[in-house]
Design a protein around this ligand. Structure first.
Ligand SMILES: Nc1nc2c(ncn2[C@@H]2O[C@H](COP(=O)(O)OP(=O)(O)OP(=O)(O)O)[C@@H](O)[C@H]2O)c(=O)[nH]1
Ligand SMILES: [Mg+2]
Length: 317
């Protein structure tokens, strides 16, 4: 029987099976997860986390594969988390298919995991953050997180990263509009992938115009071109990511970002825990009765919260 005491040292050594198990423990709310996290926590904080988000088919997996190879060529260990509600990670030949098909020995310097997106305890962003922590504690230097940028979940996941890449494709007119839904603020770099296609200059112009309007002061996210399928522009992207990391360091931004991430993490866990405890204390029957009363408009939702938590509900205003 695996216990936190037996699993922890194997995770810290980076044993793939142990990493997989640790991540599953966190996702599923295994009884040992709490103790395992407590053991991991003092050991993490070394990894640089790079998020890649963008529309379905933008080339995120291909780009992730290229980045991973570029980091491996520099002798760095790379963890990859593919957070994708529709398809498993199916990146390029070396990291994806050939390993799965058993044609090459898995590279011990690379760990790939598809996040189970349905049913993860506390949702996707929490499960992803926990998985990042596992890989960080295991000594991976770079952690690449691929998400499909379509909803709030993805914005939350992007906020887990030190450097967030928003991957765009030329020739899709309404893409900029879709991005206004919140990805703009989290972008540390814009990557125009499939730059072998028509419409690159137009997209660059649109991005620059939007940046001029919307960007907060501070880091100015560069607009880069890549052709992930050939690897063109990937070295430039690696440099841009390093540049952002250096900026974080020189501006004291890494500490600030660490605090932002800590706050986001803590507050969302606190909210989740508070809701769970309040619901448990009220009892399932009571919660359902309140839902019915709100739907029937015999009780307003603020009054219902006050009924569960006590007081007069003014703390919500
Ligand atoms: N022409 C061209 N095709 C590319 C480029 N990058 C990726 N592709 C192709 O685009 C398709 C989608 O690539 P993926 O890497 O799977 O895209 P994704 O964003 O990970 O897709 P989802 O995970 O399904 O959202 C694949 O057929 C790639 O070979 C590129 O720079 N140029
Ligand atoms: Mg993909």
């Amino acid at each position: 029987m695996e216990t936190p005491q037996t699993l922890l040292p194997r995770v810290l050594e980076g044993q793939p099976r142990a990493l997989g198990r640790a991540i599953s423990w966190m996702e599923n709310g295994h009884p040992g997860a709490r103790e395992l996290m407590a053991g991991l926590w003092p050991r993490l904080g070394r990894a640089s986390v790079v998020g890649l988000t963008g529309a379905p088919g933008a080339g995120k997996s291909t780009l992730t594969d290229r980045l991973a190879r570029a980091y491996r060529a520099r002798g760095l260990r790379v963890g990859i988390l593919a957070v994708d509600p529709t398809s498993p990670f199916s990146g390029g030949a070396i990291l994806g298919d050939r390993i799965r098909m058993g044609r090459v020995a898995p590279d011990p310097g690379v760990f790939i995991r598809s996040m189970a997106t349905r049913g993860a305890l506390g949702g996707l962003a929490r499960a992803t953050q926990d998985a990042i922590d596992v890989l960080d504690a295991a000594g991976f230097d770079r952690i690449l997180v691929e998400t499909v940028g379509v909803g709030q979940d993805e914005v939350d996941v992007a906020a887990c990263a030190h450097t967030c890449l928003v991957v765009l494709v030329p020739g899709l007119g309404d893409e900029i509009q879709a991005m206004k839904a919140g990805l703009m603020e989290v972008a540390d770099a814009f990557v125009i992938n499939k730059a072998d296609r028509e419409g690159v200059e137009q997209l660059e112009r649109d991005l620059e115009a939007m940046k001029a309007l919307d960007m907060p002061a501070g880091w100015d996210p560069p607009v880069l071109r890549t052709v992930a399928s050939t690897g063109e522009g990937v070295e430039g992207l690696v440099e841009a990511i390093a540049g952002h990391g250096a900026w974080l360091d020189t501006e004291g931004g890494r500490g600030r970002k660490a605090r932002e991430r800590a706050r986001l993490r803590f507050e969302s866990l606190l909210a989740e825990a508070a809701v769970r405890r309040a619901k448990a204390a009220a009892g399932p029957g009571r919660v359902e009765a309140l839902v019915e009363a709100i739907a029937a408009r015999t009780l307003d939702p603020y009054a219902a919260v006050a009924e569960v938590l006590g007081g007069d509900g003014t703390y919500l205003w």
